[in-house]
Design a protein around this ligand. Structure first.
Ligand SMILES: *Cc1c(COP(=O)(O)O)cnc(C)c1O
Length: 367
């Protein structure tokens, strides 16, 4: 069986280094917000070419804390509208709701699966105060167009970089520094994954950084002195230690993903399968390799039969989820089409060339 994502195999590579880190953290006697978190924050900020990185509990919290930070600073107010892609993982939308803001959904481009900038302006009202751009499946959203619309309308731009660690436009323009603030997730399955939950906020805004730094830790900078109504959402010290082990390999891992994507794109030849758009630049780190096909469930069964595990990202669009019943009668035809047709092929840095070629040959035989 070729696994969709073999996390055990990915992490086995680092076992010895993980053991060392565990021993060191254990021996340090300091288990919350210690040297490992501080080192990770410094290194990740440097990598993203940004001034501030704040380690938090997970990717969802990273997004929520950005919104709550801006509310605390008076740059956003409860009830403000935030533009967000209709085609995203529900966390992007939940974050807006959790901050008592109002999500306004915009359709994606069918080719890139990312928000269509041409459709943003018509959704802007006097209440619109921010755009949450999502780099879905690891491909950067069209940030130049998005930032221009934001400039014209005096809006904040926030990136959901949970699937796009290391994607870049040019040397100094990285996922995480293309907007006012960005949220990352280190959920185990992401391109940079911990052995549990983890997340981070990146920003050049010193005020926002300071506020989130405090909000993640009970709204407190000095123990038992609380400046804000904060929360407990800190990047765990042990998870930061594990991330410090894996982080130096992120670029290598992303290059392996890109090589696999190239192989899929050059060799899958089947009229029934639509391949993802990619211009072969570094704007894509292939968190997922997502194809489209009319009889998606049939293709998934066919592949499973041949020993190839696939996944669907995602089967139900956010506006059709039971959790968001008020939106269930809304219509986003492109988003719905995507959710009906997408299938994610195996993709990871430990997938072998032989496995990739086998997957390609089985796909080419599908009719
Ligand atoms: C994973 C993910 C999140 C949430 O990250 P968690 O760490 O699981 O909270 C948010 N947005 C997107 C697009 C994601 O893929």
């Amino acid at each position: 069986m070729i696994k969709f994502l073999d996390l055990k195999k990915i992490n086995a590579t680092y076992e010895a280094a993980f053991q060392e880190k565990l021993k060191a953290v254990l021996a340090s006697g300091w288990y919350i917000l210690g040297n490992e978190v501080a080192a990770f924050e410094t290194n990740f900020a440097g990598y993203c070419g940004i001034k501030h990185c704040i380690g938090v509990g997970n990717g969802l919290d990273a997004l929520v804390l950005i919104f709550k930070g801006y509310i605390q600073l008076g740059k956003l107010q409860k009830g403000d509208e935030v533009i967000v892609p209709a085609n995203t993982y529900i966390a992007s939308i939940l974050a807006i709701l959790q901050a008592d803001l109002v999500p306004v959904l915009v359709e994606p481009k069918l080719e890139t699966y990312n928000i269509n900038p041409d459709l943003i302006s018509e959704k802007i009202t006097s209440k619109t105060k921010a755009i949450l751009a999502v780099h879905l499946y690891g491909q950067l959203a069209e940030m130049d167009a998005i930032n221009e619309i934001a400039n014209q309308n005096n809006l904040l731009v926030i990136e959901d970089s949970a699937q796009a660690h290391g994607a870049f436009l040019s040397k100094n323009r990285m996922s995480g520094n293309l907007s006012n603030a960005a949220a990352f997730s280190f959920y185990p399955g992401k391109n940079l994954g911990a052995l549990g939950d983890g997340g981070a906020v990146t920003t050049n805004d010193a005020e926002l950084a300071k506020t989130i730094h405090s909000l993640r830790n009970y709204g407190s900078e000095t123990k038992y002195y609380n400046d804000f109504i904060g929360t407990n959402s800190r990047l765990d010290e042990l998870q930061a230690a594990f991330l410090n082990v894996k982080f130096p390999h992120l670029d290598d891992d992303n290059n392996k993903r890109k090589a696999i994507a190239k192989r899929y794109l050059s060799n899958i030849k089947n009229d029934k399968i639509r391949l993802p758009f990619w211009d072969f630049s570094n704007n894509h780190v292939f968190h997922l390799f997502v194809i489209r096909t009319k009889n998606r469930d049939e293709l998934q069964h066919y592949l499973l039969d041949k020993g190839i595990q696939t996944m669907i990202h995602y089967p139900i669009p956010p506006h059709k989820q039971k959790a968001l019943t008020d939106w269930n009668n809304l219509s986003f035809p492109i988003t719905e089409k995507i959710h009906n047709e997408v299938l994610s092929l195996p993709m990871s840095p430990v997938l072998t060339e032989k496995e990739v070629d086998f997957i390609i040959s089985i796909l080419n035989q599908y009719n």
